[in-house]
Write a protein that binds this ligand. Structure first.
Ligand SMILES: Nc1nc2c(c(=O)[nH]1)N[C@H]1C(S)=C(S)[C@@H](COP(=O)(O)OP(=O)(O)OC[C@H]3O[C@@H](n4cnc5c(=O)[nH]c(N)nc54)[C@H](O)[C@@H]3O)O[C@H]1N2
Ligand SMILES: Nc1nc2c(c(=O)[nH]1)N[C@H]1C(S)=C(S)[C@@H](COP(=O)(O)OP(=O)(O)OC[C@H]3O[C@@H](n4cnc5c(=O)[nH]c(N)nc54)[C@H](O)[C@@H]3O)O[C@H]1N2
Ligand code: SF4
Ligand SMILES: [Mo]
Length: 713
């Protein structure tokens, strides 16, 4: 009889990090399923994790670059040599007084991740795509409610009552998962009698399941929600109790005056949704027992901050905050600090903007900048000397991908690379690793310990979760956390007095009466067991200075364009090229792939043309195709102001005629599967932040989602 067991752990085939169970037979990983203790779902990527674990593309030993950057020529080295190269360079940088010129492009699994601790202790800083993807949203919730309810946490769909309304406004919840359980939670709520409304220029999988699909014009969401508010207030349908008791005195009057002339008819002209539809949904929302709104990347063109602001206003005037089916606020538990806690450098004092250069210019730019754009800039102006990437793929991640690659290869007058050291922790060779000086083989998520602590995450119920090794590591793989703890012991030992990662997590878990071992014994998942609705009633208010909800942002009166109240139409800022570039390119996610990364784009199961997604043809509406004389399967050239690419056409009614759609993340140039798979990188078309900086500063968003393009047959 073979020894077979199911081990609970946490998936990492995408950044949702769902709870899974892994079947291991005689030390070999065989099968993955959702963990029944966490509502039991794993998506297709999660189940394809076995292919990742045993992929022949896995990196298994450290390597040093021997050719030029980007050539992809490496030789095997020892971990000792790799550690020495890093320690020497970092010591040197610190001696020069330039510790803040270390940047790490990471994905932190916990707000107390050991890698992040190292950065704070050493004096470098983190630069990650993760919080910048919805920083406008986070900022809005902090300003309005004094809390961070909504990073990757949507409304708790499993709490929606009968008659409740679920609105996805630029949220592809069945494809860009935040938890594999969410699609089921939404469908279960529908089965209980809740209504699903999808506002999206694309007929997504959730639109197919929706009671109502509203194909909005991209970037029209602020106008849409403001139009609904006007109608609700004018019809005296707002939640008077909530408004009176919980909105700061004076703010509601300001909103009333602000929306007065923003009628559904007027807003309809901006968002291209009939006024009747705006009114109908407004009335339904005002009368429903609950309304939950979820949005993510869909708000990123143009009105990111304005939309997030309008979204908070809408929730507040309809009384949908911290109620079942509405917008939950986090019920935070804290881990114990590991003393002494490093403070991190004061970047503002160093003359830097929050996460980038030019503090003065970006006084009001409150967001985390697009990491790759910032990196390219900082390499060129001498602000970035050592870059370490882990679980990120900046060579393909973002708009202006080629500019990042060029900057990394740029040399000074002495023929030395301007970026002195580039280190890539990876599981497989990637386009980023191809440019690195050191390529370090990380342990996969089946091989390492990790404490996941993002208290507002949907999936772990506002608690902690344990990732544990289920199989032996491949080759010489070591976990990046182990490496950073070792570097910490060498470079900043006063902050790394604990023995190893387990000891670090044990200290943190003491605050919850847990340890790694205890957490393991109870199945790896712990939560306080409550979502805790209407906590503000018990605690006497919100985390804002007044304890009430702030909907008028007086501190932004002086910001460019006055951002104290949402601006409904920023079209002028982004429609500059409207005649030249008549279409809006929509980049969206698919259930089969994660980001731009190797983990799924190089997985044979997920790249299969029948059971996965092999390529990303361009979505074109048949009416548009007819106008241009384009047929199914044709290859067309798509051009933007910053680039062009050739792509196969897929005709579909499921997209607005003024939009073109492209699934994000394709375009890898390395790996056995990725290089034979078809597909193009949308980021070849998306201009980098630098080219849209002025309006980004105004709107607080990034141009990931929608770019102005044209078709050339
Ligand atoms: N499978 C998978 N899951 C993932 C990820 C992944 O790469 N793959 N990535 C994770 C990460 S990092 C993130 S940030 C989330 C992102 O999660 P989502 O934001 O839900 O993912 P996208 O598919 O990019 O969704 C954007 C949706 O907005 C629509 N849209 C575009 N412009 C507009 C607009 O102006 N208005 C409206 N109303 N809709 C618009 C698009 O058509 C698309 O359906 O997904 C996470 N989950
Ligand atoms: N055009 C366009 N661009 C976008 C977006 C979009 O919607 N459209 N979305 C943006 C958003 S919201 C985000 S968050 C960013 C995400 O962009 P990134 O943060 O760069 O993430 P990924 O592209 O998913 O790359 C993750 C990398 O980590 C590697 N990896 C996987 N597992 C491990 C591991 O265990 N250890 C190590 N060391 N490495 C591992 C993978 O192989 C992969 O190369 O992309 C952004 N870029
Ligand atoms: S959504 Fe799928 S791939 Fe992502 S963590 Fe969950 S199961 Fe894994
Ligand atoms: Mo993201």
């Amino acid at each position: 009889m073979k020894k077979s067991e199911w081990v609970p752990t946490m998936c990492y085939q995408c950044k949702a990090e769902c709870a899974i169970i892994a079947r291991v037979e005689d030390g070999v990983l065989k099968e993955i399923r959702g963990n029944p203790k966490a509502r039991g779902k794993a998506c297709v990527k999660g189940m394809a994790g076995v292919s990742l674990e045993y992929s022949p593309d896995r990196l298994t030993y450290p390597m040093k670059r021997v050719g030029e950057r980007g050539e992809g020529k490496f030789e095997k080295i020892s971990w000792d040599e790799a550690m020495d190269i890093m320690a020497q360079k970092l010591n040197d940088l610190k001696d020069r007084g330039d510790a803040h010129k270390l940047t790490a492009n990471f994905f932190p699994h916990s707000i107390t991740d050991p890698k992040w601790r190292f950065l704070n202790a050493y004096g470098g800083f983190i630069n990650t795509a993760l919080p910048h993807c919805d920083s406008a949203k986070i900022l809005s919730f902090i300003k309005s409610m004094g809390g961070v309810p909504n990073h990757h946490i949507p409304p708790a769909w499993f709490t929606v009552p009968k008659g409740g309304i679920m609105i996805m406004a630029g949220r592809h919840a069945f494809g860009g998962l935040e938890d594999a359980a969410i699609p089921n939670d939404i469908l279960d709520a529908k089965a209980r009698g809740a209504k699903l409304v999808v506002i999206d220029p694309i007929f997504t999988t959730e639109a197919a399941k929706a009671d109502q699909w509203i194909p909005i014009k991209p970037s029209g969401d602020t106008a849409f929600f403001v139009g609904m508010m006007q109608h609700i207030i004018a019809s005296d349908l707002y939640d008077k109790d909530f408004v009176e008791n919980w909105i700061r005195e004076g703010d509601f009057e300001k909103i009333k005056a602000y929306v007065a002339d923003k009628t559904p008819e007027k807003m309809s002209e901006i968002c291209d949704v009939p006024a009747e539809t705006i009114k109908q949904l407004a009335e339904e929302c005002a009368k429903a027992p609950s309304v939950g709104v979820d949005s993510f990347k869909g708000v990123m063109l143009g009105n990111a901050l304005d939309f997030s602001h309008a979204w908070c206003m809408f929730l507040a005037i309809t009384g949908n905050i911290d109620n079942p089916g509405g917008q939950p606020l986090p019920d935070l538990v804290s881990l114990a600090p590991v003393e002494p806690v490093p403070e991190g450098p004061d970047l503002h004092e160093l003359g830097w903007h929050r996460t980038g250069p030019d503090r003065d210019k970006f006084e009001y730019y409150q967001f985390i900048m697009e990491p790759t754009w910032y990196e390219a800039q900082a390499i060129r102006n001498g602000g970035l000397k050592v870059l370490i990437t882990s679980e990120a793929n900046p060579a393909l991640t973002e708009m202006g991908q080629n500019d990042w690659q060029d900057a990394v290869r740029e040399k000074d007058e002495n023929g030395e690379y301007k970026l002195e050291l580039l280190v890539s922790f990876e599981i497989m060779m990637s386009d980023t690793a191809k440019h690195a000086d050191l390529v370090l083989p990380d342990k996969s998520y089946f091989e390492r310990w990790e404490l996941l602590y993002m208290p507002w995450w949907y999936n772990f119920g506002h608690g902690v979760a344990l990732r544990q090794p289920v199989v032996e590591p491949r080759g010489e793989c070591r976990h990046s956390n182990e490496i950073f703890i070792e570097l910490g012991k060498r470079l900043v030992p006063e902050y790394f007095q604990f023995e190893d990662d387990i000891a670090y997590y044990d200290t943190q878990l003491e605050a919850l009466g847990l340890s790694v071992k205890k957490l393991q014994e109870i199945g790896g998942l712990w939560s306080p067991g409550t979502i805790g609705f209407r906590k503000y009633e018990k605690t006497g208010g919100f985390g804002t200075p007044s304890g009430k909800i702030h909907l008028y942002w007086e501190d932004l009166e002086e910001a460019p364009g006055n951002q104290a109240l949402p601006r409904v139409d920023l079209a002028a800022e982004y429609r500059v090229n409207v005649e030249e570039y008549p279409f809006i390119l929509i980049s969206y996610r698919t259930i089969f792939h994660s980001g731009s990364g190797q983990w799924t784009h190089n997985n044979p199961q997920l790249r299969d043309s029948l059971s996965g997604q092999h390529e990303n043809p361009l979505m074109v509406n048949p009416a548009t195709a007819e106008e241009f004389g384009i047929s199914q399967g044709d290859t067309v050239t798509v051009e933007s102001s910053s680039g062009s690419l050739q792509v196969k056409v897929n005709l579909t009614e499921g997209i607005r005629p003024d939009c073109l759609g492209l699934a994000h993340g394709f375009g890898s140039t390395v790996g056995r599967v990725a290089t034979v798979g078809e597909g193009v990188s949308d980021n070849l078309l998306v201009p980098d932040s630098g080219s849209t900086l002025e309006w980004q500063d105004l709107v607080g968003g990034e141009s990931h989602v929608s770019t102005r393009v044209r078709i050339v047959k």
